[in-house]
Design a protein around this ligand. Sequence first.
Ligand code: GLN
Ligand code: ZN
Length: 749
Amino acid sequence: MITSVIGFPRIGKDRELKFASEKFFAGKINEAELQETGRMQREFSLKTQKAAGIDLIPCNDFSFYDNVLDTAFLFNAVPQRYKDLNLSVLDTYFAAARGYQGANGNVKALAMKKWFNTNYHYIVPEIEDDAVIELKGTKPVDEFKEAKALGIDAKVDLIGPFTFLKLARFTGSKKASDFAEALTDAYIKLLEKLTAEGASKVQFDEPYLVRDLGSSDIALFEEIYKGILSKKGSLSVLLQTYFGDIRDVYGNVTSLDFDAVGIDFVEGRKSLELIKENGFPKGKILVAGVVNGKNIWRNNYAKTKGILDELKNFVSESSLVVGTSCSLLHVPYTLESETKLPESYKAHFSFAIEKLAELSEIASGNEDAFKKNAELFTSRPDVLDQAVKDRVSSIKEEDYTRLPAFEEREKIQKELLKLPLFPTTTIGSFPQTEDVRKNRKDFKNGTITEEQYVAFNENKIRECIKQQEDIGLDVIVHGEFERNDMVEYFGEHLSGYVFTEKAWVLSYGTRCVKPPIIWGDVSRKEPITVKWSVFAQSCTDKPVKGMLTGPVTILNWSFPREDISLQESTLQIALAIRDEVLDLEKNGIGIIQIDEAALREKLPLRKSDWYSEYLDWAIPAFRLVHSGVAAKTQIHTHMCYSEFTDIIPAIDSMDADVITFEASRSDLLILDALKDNNFKTEVGPGVYDIHSPRVPSVDEIVAALTKIRAKTEDSKLWVNPDCGLKTRGVTETDASLRNLVAAAKIIRG
Ligand code: GLN
Ligand code: ZN
């Protein structure tokens, strides 16, 4: 059998592209230097896959910021306000991605949303009524030529037109179907250009096909592809799906003139069933996604062989390709960069480069490799903790409910806290400046003592609190200077976790995260945040908000175990964080924020599975964390990056007292949903976008608040940025927060 990779990481083994991009943004290198770094990353990806013996190697999976945004630029779906800046193509592209404030104008970035059920975020294209969709760019062609020059006949990876249209936002009265014809023509032009350059294979990524689809969606899909496929000429066209099964369109997909179809057998619960029930057309190639592109555990070859053997009843061996379940973008580069993990642990992991070897071994059926692989699944060291297992099984139904009910708590808290109307606060972190990172690094490397490390952080906290008092914020935070990352930090203080040094995964743009790995049963070793919060509270008379990460987010931003259920892992973590909540309360912290930024991350892509497969255990797990506190203790939560409009009732039933969330980029659409659902929890819709360095003016924040007030009760409204400030600079943060407080004061007046 031959092998196929959907996409490869691009940020660089040592995050070279990230650092080069940031230098470019700061004006420290020029475009040519940035382009050269990009070229080197592409060369690395291609050569690495070639060396590993991969047969179908993708190109054009590279991006300077996001592939969906690349697609928008490729087909001229660029809002006029960015074109009006009159910048170079690359600068226009970055203006749309990050916002622009400078000599040529002042515009916000496009919205950003979660890429399906991953922690990658794509830029939401905006298509205006008068947009002229046409082939404008040459990126896929250029990257194909580049691969060809390296001796690789690459498969050209394109975001498919259906997924592109489904993810786009239409700002006027036109809809997706109004652009279908123009987009079809533009893709055909692109295929012609690729053919002219000698390309033989293209891959259309259509992950949207794994969602619930209605008849108009299916009609749109068919219309576009009938058009494209009728003009494919000599090109071999692969329709690549991932993140689930394609139960709503299996028949349509297999009867269209695709040469190959890629199906996910890792997340696609019904994929095998679909093939068994409907068969698979003769003469077409099936790319079987069997190597998990999202998790870091070694593939279980025996299990995979079982799937492939079943498939061979329907597809001839020569038409069966061994592939990844999705792009390898979602896993780190290589285990080779990990110098500290013991071999006995490392043997169980597989990152992107190791997955290439897995694909080849599975495809070859090499007996020795299979034997060695089987041994891995007989045991893993240090996994079981009986006390944790017992504690989880003794959780009672009432442990999931906080008493008294919200309305009564709200009264008690208002009386006690005496906050002004429209209380101002932030989401937790303050800028992670060079010295802050250095302090942590020095402590980790042992070049400074614990006392020095703590003294530095206490100093920072003291300054940060003084700054917040000076700005006039009502609820103060300590700034999170001790945290590298909101999940890794907690993982480091919990038993059952394993850490990596360089296992970075792209989250958005140039931002990477380094998810820890849940290796075994999880418990809290000792209080984690208490000393920082208590110190912070000792510096001020204003209330300091304790800052924790919730269990669902900790789970969702870790690489989870595959040997126990996600629910069981989450409950283990929930009990650990519950202990921390109670310790904070005991030590005089009256407001505690439990971030669930990633609550939506593992929400099933099909609505029909939302509650039964996820929310029915995820929401109670959150309640378990805070159900033990007194009525006077105010519990906050925070969410970001994604749409919540459709899960508002579930969010309300988390039963927090206050929720802050990202709203500024999605144009506050969420507020209607809150109103429609009689949302009881107090709310702090973010009044400006922290993902961009742009400073919002007072007027702008007042305008945002005015819009918000039209839809929420004043007595329930908080004023805050839309997320933590750690990625921002000091000056812009100070200026933005001052404007925020000034705006709140104007509204109070
Ligand atoms: N408290 C965290 C912070 O401010 C929340 C981060 C997040 O929501 N992603 O950094
Ligand atoms: Zn956030």
